[in-house]
Design a binder for this molecule. Structure first.
Ligand code: NAD
Length: 473
């Protein structure tokens, strides 16, 4: 049995009964029969296979029906589009885009659109599946979807990005809708991207439907139907979950040491909010470099520097902030290994997927890893963190704040009301705290680690919904 145990805590695994044994660990040589039934490739490095493996593990624990397992193991729709776009120099380039609609049993498909050169279909499928689980865990009436375009935004002018966004929106518009599939921002996209997307979609509607079509995307600028609090929502949600869990670790926010991997939307907001609450952000790393400062960074100044220069590298003593010069808060450049080795209470991975492998996990010097990014740990990294007793607050719980406030934006657009920032924060906190408690309860009930518990709490809701709805016909 030992070789099949992946995400279960070591002490828990010894108490497991046969019924509790995870049967879907694709990395230890045992394959859930569903992989063969659905003809999955035997590639343990495939992110989609890994993600399905985690879901099937939780299905085993809950004894979920076979029909729900096979439904969850494959997306309902996988859409791939190719579209030409005119570049600034007059020539045309062909781009590849995806929209994956994983499951809509709980409501319309919902999920971000990623602009990145390394977007692949299987990654988009994984992220769509994670969205299904996330929406279910946080109990918002949405299903899971995800999209992407294979493009490097850094290599294109604003004009080219606008044309790429509009052509992609136009290419997938027959397959989405404000009550059917609602995209949002993700890596490489932002509120401006969503404004171009929504405008393109609205232009394609009949006049009578134009205003309602505003709900086609969330994460829009506030001036154009966006919600207050959406920009910081994912980072705020990470913080809400961490704060709810801290008493279990005898930690408090005041003086807590934090490191952040990735200082974009999620990472910078989580860092700024925690710093405002009295925590010390002592190490940061992004694609441009890594920095350490044991006194704690001025995170507002660091975020401003990133906006100006594109990354944390070069954050210096001469940075002007609202609170004066950040002279003593600039930090020293460190290596990637030194970043992981920095002693902290909480590490927040908020960059890309699969960055924490066994090697990185073996260096991490933290009590808690709060996953701001989706799937930041690969299975070997996950196992190593488990082995070392480092608690992981899984992404489907910790980063569900973004989709939660996206839901609030959609509700506001649908009902023509505008919530103030305080109301958004209060409602977000309520959803995050409830999701955290649901996860904790599942962990106690099923005697498993936090990741499996979060999937179990999400699957319970999905399985019950399939029970009452049945399968057509
Ligand atoms: P972003 O583009 O704003 O930031 C990404 C960050 O990752 C940047 O700081 C970048 O420098 C860093 N990065 C990229 N490659 C790196 C590398 N090789 N090494 C170190 N750092 C690297 O993206 P974001 O919106 O903050 O999203 C980050 C993660 O959070 C993604 O996994 C995304 O799917 C997830 N997420 C985002 C939201 C949201 O609302 N933005 C919601 C849920 C989940």
């Amino acid at each position: 049995m030992g070789g099949r145990i992946t995400r279960f805590a070591r002490e828990t695994s010894q108490q497991m009964t046969t019924a509790q044994t995870p049967a879907s660990d694709v990395f230890s040589g045992t394959r859930d029969p569903i992989f063969d039934e659905l003809d999955f490739p035997a590639d343990p490095n495939n992110l989609y296979t890994q993600t399905v493996g985690t879901v099937l593990e939780a299905c085993d624990m809950l004894d979920v029906r076979h029909r729900v397992r096979i439904i969850c193991a494959q997306p309902k729709n996988e859409i791939m589009v190719h579209f030409p776009v005119r570049m600034d120099d007059g020539h045309h380039r062909l781009f590849k885009g995806y929209r994956v609609q994983h499951n809509n049993v709980l409501g319309p498909y919902k999920g971000g659109v990623r602009f990145h050169p390394e977007v692949h279909l299987d990654d988009v499928k994984s992220l769509a599946l994670l969205m299904t689980m996330k929406c279910s865990l946080v109990r918002i009436p949405f299903g899971g979807g995800k999209g992407g375009v294979k493009v490097s935004p850094r290599e294109h002018s604003t004009g080219e990005m606008q044309r790429i966004t509009r052509r992609f929106a136009s290419a997938i518009s027959p397959f989405i809708g404000p009550d059917y599939d609602i995209p949002a921002p993700d890596v490489g996209t932002n509120a401006q991207t969503m404004a171009w997307f929504a405008d393109t979609y609205m232009m394609s509607q009949t006049q009578a439907n134009t205003q309602d079509a505003l709900r086609i995307v969330t994460g829009k600028p506030v001036e154009f139907g966006g919600s207050l609090g959406r920009e910081k929502a994912t980072g705020q949600g990470v913080v809400d979950v961490v704060v709810e869990m801290l008493p279990e670790f005898n930690l408090s926010v005041e003086g807590m040491r934090v490191s952040v991997l990735g200082f974009g939307n999620v990472g910078s907001w989580a860092a700024r909010i925690l710093a405002d609450m009295g925590a010390k952000v002592v190490a940061v790393m992004d694609h441009t470099g890594a920095l350490r400062n044991d006194d704690g960074f001025d995170c507002d100044a660091l975020a401003m520097h990133c906006q100006k220069t594109g990354g944390v590298a070069g954050f210096g003593a001469d940075v002007e902030t609202g609170s004066g010069h950040a002279k003593n808060l600039s930090g020293e450049a460190i290596t990637s290994d030194e970043f992981y080795q920095t002693p902290v209470d909480v590490l927040i991975p908020a960059a890309l997927e699969q960055m924490i492998k066994e090697r990185e996990a073996s260096m991490i010097n933290a009590k808690i890893v709060a996953e701001g990014a989706n799937a930041p740990c690969d299975p070997s990294g996950d196992r190593e963190l488990q082995r070392r007793g480092i608690e992981v607050l899984p992404a489907i719980l910790a980063n569900s704040g973004g989709v939660t406030v996206s839901y609030f934006e959609w509700v506001q657009n649908k009902s023509c009301v505008i919530w103030d920032a305080e109301h958004v924060d209060t409602e977000l906190n309520r959803h995050m705290v409830m999701a955290a408690r649901r996860t904790r309860l599942a962990r106690q009930r099923y005697k498993c680690d936090m990741r499996t518990a979060a999937f179990a709490a999400a699957l319970e809701h999905i399985a019950k919904t399939y029970d009452v709805r049945g399968i057509f016909p």
